[in-house]
Design a protein around this ligand. Structure first.
Ligand SMILES: NC(=O)C1=CN([C@@H]2O[C@H](COP(=O)(O)OP(=O)(O)OC[C@H]3O[C@@H](n4cnc5c(N)ncnc54)[C@H](O)[C@@H]3O)[C@@H](O)[C@H]2O)C=CC1
Length: 407
């Protein structure tokens, strides 16, 4: 824990940080990639170009300054970030580079207002926080390394099957090149993938989309529209166009806390578009366990973008435990005369009320931001206990609470 004086100074700088936090973090990242271009291999450069990463870091620093004397308030956020770092194989040395860069950026943005006393306090505060992360991440690395099929850092896997799931989503089945078998993971976890690019490597996280315990790991990737200057779509297009059976891929360790919690309550899995991937892992695991009733609600534009349709239909035909509902908001002409979907439009509070006999269930959801905002506000409207609400959201959490329900 930081000294009383440091805590006092850091808390005093809170209003200034609130005002300049994004200037500080965008300055920080700009300098970081100029001085350490090798770090472009690790960071998602699309999130740099669109400012998402600067926003996320700004919020994290701001929350730290707010709760520096009540670190227990940050334990959830710390674990989430440590998991993300572990997936990217972040090492202790990187904290030194980031710490020095952040202090430089504070000086650059605040000018003379950043007195030596303030810089010293922030240096101590940063050092403490970095220590917490380094310790937790080392623990994650150690725990995973000794598991059957485990490793540290990145490991080479070969693509053994490529399977089209929809017009936009394709699955890749991966097996370890050393033949040692796949590690266990928790349904809902993601993995990082590192591929070589022209100027630097690119790293992205993808959810594992099948249940654990198989002799392969599966990721299912949506082909994102490519935006050249943003590096957007670089990795997904590479996978769709260039990766084939036999291609080698470097994988980080399975990470993340959006995982199926044990229990016997019925489970509601809600997904929008490619957000279906972590929920497919959960659905398959739940069906294999064969104990809990599952309500599986999937929203897609239409049959063209509807992934895993026949697999889910087959599961629900086989098991009385699975109730599946499909929503199309832009059905194709051919969809209108078929039976591939149950509801036209978006998932709404009225429909959820009519489907679910009770809200005493565990809710998991994942999808594009407006979908997430909508579902979160519906679940709150329905009175679902916060402890039963679980979601995976990649952006700043403020955005999730910003938009009201569609009803
Ligand atoms: N958890 C996260 O942060 C996730 C983020 N994404 C991002 O979202 C982008 C779009 O993903 P796609 O699979 O193309 O989804 P999409 O654009 O095809 O939308 C899927 C479904 O989400 C629902 N939806 C869309 N807008 C909505 C709104 N305003 N209110 C309620 N429901 C709405 C609709 O039912 C739609 O069919 C991805 O490119 C990815 O970057 C996707 C999945 C997870």
């Amino acid at each position: 824990m930081a000294s009383t004086k440091t805590i006092q100074i850091v808390k005093q700088t809170e209003p200034v940080l609130a005002k300049y936090k994004e200037d500080i973090t965008s300055t920080f990242y700009k300098n970081l990639f100029e001085q350490h271009p090798e770090l472009k291999d690790i960071f998602n450069m699309t999130h740099q170009a669109n400012g998402l990463q600067a926003k996320v870091l700004a919020n994290a620093i701001f929350h730290y300054s707010k709760y520096i004397d009540q670190l227990e308030m940050l334990s959830g956020a710390v674990e989430q970030i440590a998991q993300k770092h572990a997936s990217l194989a972040i090492s202790p040395e990187m904290y030194d580079i980031v710490g020095a860069g952040l202090l430089e950026a504070i000086k650059e943005v605040l000018g003379e207002a950043a007195t030596p006393e303030i810089i010293e306090a922030w240096a101590e505060a940063y050092g403490d926080l970095a220590g917490i992360f380094i310790q937790r991440e080392e623990q994650i690395y150690k725990d995973f390394e000794v598991k059957p099929g485990g490793w540290r850092g990145y490991k080479s896997y070969a693509v053994v099957k490529k399977e089209v799931e929809s017009e936009t989503i394709t699955s890749f089945y991966l097996k370890p090149c050393d033949g040692k078998g796949c590690p266990e993971f928790l349904p809902g976890q993601y993995i990082s993938v590192r591929v070589k690019g022209d100027a630097h490597s690119h790293t992205r996280n993808y959810s594992l989309s099948d249940s654990p315990g198989k002799d392969y790991l599966r990721i299912s990737i949506k082909k994102e529209p490519a935006v050249k200057d943003f590096a957007q779509g670089v990795v997904s297009n590479y996978f769709h166009k260039e990766v084939e059976e036999g291609s080698l891929i470097n994988l980080g360790i399975p990470s993340g806390e959006f995982t199926l919690k044990p229990g016997d309550k019925p489970v509601v899995l809600l997904s929008g578009g490619v957000g279906v991937t972590p929920l497919m892992s959960m659905l398959n695991a739940l069906m294999e366990q064969g104990k809990r009733t599952v309500y599986f609600l999937h929203a897609a534009k239409n049959s063209g973008t509807h992934a895993f349709a026949s697999h889910v239909r087959q599961l629900s035909d086989q098991s009385g435990l699975l109730k599946s509902y499909v929503f199309y908001d832009e059905p194709l002409e051919k969809d209108l005369c078929g039976k591939d979907y149950d509801y036209q439009g978006l998932v709404s509070e009225t429909v959820l009320r009519s489907i679910l006999p009770s809200v005493e269930m565990d809710f998991y959801f994942c999808g594009p931001t407006p979908f997430m905002q909508n579902i979160l506000s519906i679940l709150r409207e329905l009175g679902v206990a916060e402890s039963n609400i679980h979601y995976e959201f990649f952006g700043p959490s403020e955005e999730l609470n910003a938009v009201p329900s569609v009803e």
